[in-house]
Design a protein around this ligand. Structure first.
Ligand code: ARG
Length: 247
């Protein structure tokens, strides 16, 4: 776990549950999720979500530090108070809502599926569970595949390959070790840019992103709901979408 960007606080997040707001917050991100959150070559946190949080911090006079956490353990890190929130394209799901709270939705995505440029794998092969598919461990694409392909008996469990981050799945795709990759549409298109893969189809999951906050930390939840609404009403919101190529 690497602390990146921003002033102040690098230690453990203070206990705030039930209390008011703090001066500084540790924001959990996953660094392999362009264009929402990623680490640039100088080690700085960048992206649509990162810029959103920086705007909020500046506007509201709080300090934020971004911390890169493995996606699969980011909710446990939030619960263990290593971070104060997850602002990294996290889909609001019923299962996650049992563990944490979410702000109001601020973005929506679907799932895209890619295959190698020269391959003849079709989206129908994928949806029939016939090919080996990769994605990030703990993400909603993995959940979708488990619920719709494995649990329904269409696909053997070993056809799903899980990676700590999606760029590693794309490497295995381009080197022929797997047949397809499924992931959040905008981010997958960004990750595969410049590689020899093509989008073969998509699954209309209509997932809403929210910022995840510890249960009980209602002061922060209210603060973030207000702040995100302010951001979305500000001209900067459109600028941000353009900067990060989001429509
Ligand atoms: N939206 C998907 C999910 O909630 C994938 C998000 C991945 N985000 C990330 N920072 N790696 O599971």
């Amino acid at each position: 776990v690497l602390a990146v960007a921003g002033a102040g606080c690098t230690g453990t997040a203070d206990q705030t549950d039930g209390a008011g707001l703090k001066d500084s917050y540790i924001v959990g991100i996953d660094a392999a999720y362009p264009p929402y959150s990623y680490i640039d070559k100088d080690g700085n946190a960048q992206g649509f979500d990162v810029d959103s949080m920086k705007w909020i911090a500046e506007k509201k006079g709080i300090k934020v530090t971004f911390m890169d956490v493995d996606w699969d353990s980011i909710i446990p890190a939030l619960q263990a108070e290593k971070i104060d929130m997850v602002y990294a394209g996290m889909t609001i799901t019923p299962l996650r809502l049992e563990a944490v709270n979410f702000t109001d939705p601020y973005w929506t995505v679907n799932q895209d599926v890619v295959a190698a440029e020269g391959s003849d794998v079709t989206i129908d092969d994928v949806l029939a569970g016939k090919v080996i598919i990769g994605t990030q461990r703990g993400c909603t694409a993995a959940l979708w595949i488990e619920e719709n392909l494995i649990e329904t008996g269409k696909m053997p469990e070993q056809n799903l390959k899980l990676y700590s981050e999606t760029p590693l799945a794309v490497n295995d795709l381009t080197s022929g070790r797997i047949d397809a990759v499924m992931y959040d549409d905008v981010s997958l298109k960004d990750i595969v840019r410049g590689t020899s893969v093509k989008v073969i189809g998509s699954v209309d999951t209509q997932e809403d992103f929210g910022v995840a906050i510890r249960k009980g930390d209602t002061a922060l939840l209210e603060f973030m709901n207000e702040a995100i609404a302010e951001l979305q009403a500000d001209p900067y919101w459109e600028e941000l979408k353009e900067k990060h190529n989001l429509k």
